[in-house]
Ligand binder design. Structure first.
Ligand code: FEO
Length: 389
């Protein structure tokens, strides 16, 4: 990424990763990502806010050369390696620079790198750092995305450097994100994949920053945000307990019986005017499924039994659902088996983090028959009754 000026004395010096397709060897990145790093140049001192993924260290060092500035402080908002991984190289280039961070982040940085206390300045929540005509304020915002995360607010310029908070995995040549709705798809995907497990902490952290005058949000992934109120309101909506009447139906079928049940239920729900999002687990894109989990009230799991347990594709996705803790209120289990099943208990055990009210389970032997379709109609009626609750 070329060096770009955000405001007088504020530069973007990070790196775009056009080619990265997977984060943490888990999260698909269909649109790549970026590791944003910023310089705030004051009349007395200059600070670098976060660094970049170790794979992009050379791009950051090149950009720092381009600015010709000396770095006095490295602000570390978060220790995860996609933001801290180039700190050793920056320290080597600027041996007098000091890392400014919070106590939690300090501990993590010391676990990743050889760092002496002389290289670290540990600040408290709400503390400020003067760079001369510019002042940085540090606000601790734990769990967006690790316990160490904080945001840095450039007071005079009204820019919030939010690190992972409000980010999006999007590689783009645009410095600023568009104001239209298309901007929100990568943001919602990112929220679903990274932020969703931390809903109560997100609401607390939003309260901590709501009184700030914010003109621009500079996250550490994706384009800068010119409409902070919109993204903050969306985070309130996504993190609140309010859910939509949408039903998400992940399904997988081995010999077609479970698929017949899933498809019948999908149609039965549509006939009742209910919005349905089916996902064939053998073909779906993970991020699209997770996006729909953000707001949905009901999850219907449709799977065949394999050796008495749910099909491994279902078990795999439910493991992730359980750790991401979406605000689901209702659930249902349907599927087919051959000679025996213990699927109901297994699935409920896999979702032990969630407070779900389950509709009656429908597991049938072999192909669904007329009476089974009637039971699926009953299930659709039950789901309709819970809508709006
Ligand atoms: Fe972008 Fe939690 O690191």
């Amino acid at each position: 990424m070329a060096v770009r000026i955000i405001k007088s004395g504020i530069y973007s010096v990070g790196a775009i990763d056009w080619d990265r397709k997977l984060f943490d060897e888990l999260i698909p990145l269909p649109q790549g990502t970026s590791y944003n790093s910023y310089i705030v140049e004051g009349t007395n001192k200059t600070a670098l806010i976060d660094t970049v993924d170790p794979t992009k260290t050379q791009e950051l060092l090149y950009n720092l050369d381009e600015t010709g500035l000396n770095i006095d402080y490295i602000i570390s908002n978060h220790a995860e390696q996609d933001h801290s991984g180039s700190i050793p190289a920056v320290l080597e280039k600027f041996p007098d620079a000091v890392i400014v961070t919070n106590p939690q982040c300090e501990k993590l940085l010391k676990s990743f790198f050889e760092l002496s206390n002389a290289k670290l300045k540990v600040i408290g929540d709400g503390e400020t750092l003067s760079l001369g005509d510019k002042t940085l304020k540090f606000i601790f915002t734990p769990w967006v995305h690790w316990p160490d995360t904080m945001v840095t607010y450039a007071i005079e310029d009204e820019i919030l450097f939010s690190c992972d908070f409000f980010g999006s995995h999007l590689a783009t040549s645009e410095l600023f994100g568009p104001e239209d709705i298309s901007r929100l798809i990568p943001s919602k995907r990112y929220y679903a994949e990274i932020m969703m497990p931390f809903r109560p902490m997100i609401l607390n952290n939003l309260k901590k920053i709501e009184s700030l005058e914010i003109e621009i949000i500079g996250p550490s992934h994706g384009p800068l945000i010119l409409n902070p109120t919109e993204i903050m309101n969306l985070y309130v909506k996504w993190a609140s307990n309010e859910s939509s009447n949408q039903v998400v139906i992940p399904y997988v079928s081995m010999h077609g019986s479970t698929e017949l049940m899933a498809k019948y239920l999908i149609d039965a729900l549509i006939k009742r005017g209910i919005e349905v999002k089916p996902f064939n687990l053998s073909k779906m894109e993970l991020g699209e499924f997770l996006i729909d989990l953000v707001d949905s009230s009901t999850l219907v799991m449709a799977a065949p039994t394999v050796l008495t347990k749910p099909h491994p594709f279902m078990a795999q996705i439910l493991y992730l659902v359980n750790v991401l803790r979406p605000k689901l209120k209702y659930g249902a289990i349907i599927g087919s088996y051959g000679w025996g099943t213990m699927m109901e208990d297994e699935i409920k055990g896999l979702l032990n983090n969630l407070k779900i009210n389950y509709h009656e389970t429908l597991l049938i032997k072999g192909l669904p028959k007329e009476e089974d379709f009637k039971k699926l109609d009953n299930l659709a009626d039950q789901i309709l009754e819970t809508m709006g609750n």
